[in-house]
Design a protein around this ligand. Sequence first.
Ligand code: NDP
Length: 332
Amino acid sequence: NHQYRLAARPVGLPKQTDWTYTEEPTRSPSDGEILVKILYISLDPAMRGWMNDVKSYVPPVRIGEVMRAGAIGKIIESKNPDFKNGEYVYGVFGVQEYAISNGRGVTRVDSSLAPLPIYLGALGMPGMTAYFGLLDVGKAKSGDVVVVSGAAGAVGMIVGQIAKIKGCRVIGIAGGADKCKYIVDELGFDAAIDYKSEDIKKSLRKHCLKGVDVYFDNVGGEILDAVMTRLAKHARIVICGAISQYNNTEAPQGPRNYMALLVSRARMEGFVVFDYEDRYAEAAREMSGWMAAGKLKSREDIVTGLSTFPDTLLQLFKGGNTGKLVIEVASD
Ligand code: NDP
């Protein structure tokens, strides 16, 4: 069983030396346990935060521990009455080839309904984040102008599509012409802003004449500042993440112009998707319906091989991925 373990707490972007690549024999499951062969590992911006020794919504990964990651795998040996051999499951199995689990937090996925990697994207944690962040926290409704950053990424691409389904006007902010073309031409966003080549404030003025009702923020920093100059009255800013700040060696940059909240009688609210666990099934049902009806598209960016992990993780911070970034560890 090959594994990536955290060797050191990174300063700035994670380096090769922050990891150790280890190998240990796979043991048989004990009573109550399952042995899972991992097929796909989810790469998430949040992993960068879990590497820091700070208080957060989950404890940090310890030095020497297998890196935490959500993954999809197949049960090859079950000694837990709730699971059978051959079933496909999602769990926080870690960056490795095989995992032993007591079944807690493990959920079955149905490979006959959708290809397995989609359960790490649109029908998985990023999809749930988009759904509850936009509808519950952002309270997006028909006629709203919705702006989403990180718009060609796992969460952002679903946010924009759900907003369209709900009758909103949607503007996505993403890095590069290809991503901008993709979200408009393929996903049906009304407009895109390439933050790498455009003046964001100027483009926002052009696309959002009456201001922004919902801003779904995945990136923080300068882009958050820019959108805050264009809020409509009673705007909702959903703080989903701040990827532009995750590798800072200094304190994250806060919004410089927060008084815009006062002027616009606006609200800014953060959320953690895990708080909605009880309602995942409800969201997944509705989203699979939209997918079957051709209204919601999923896209996964799949890289092959566990050994690519340190480099593949960095793609998230360099904008190397379009859609959900996944490592294929083994074929079924
Ligand atoms: P993505 O698939 O969107 O990948 C990250 C993308 O971020 C990159 O492709 C890149 O796209 C963009 N990016 C990277 N650096 C910068 C930068 N400096 N400025 C602007 N954009 C940048 O990741 P996810 O969809 O998985 O996650 C999106 C956000 O949602 C993250 O902030 C994550 O932490 C957060 N999240 C929060 C959850 C919650 O419960 N609150 C749950 C899940 C995710 P580009 O080419 O456009 O720059």
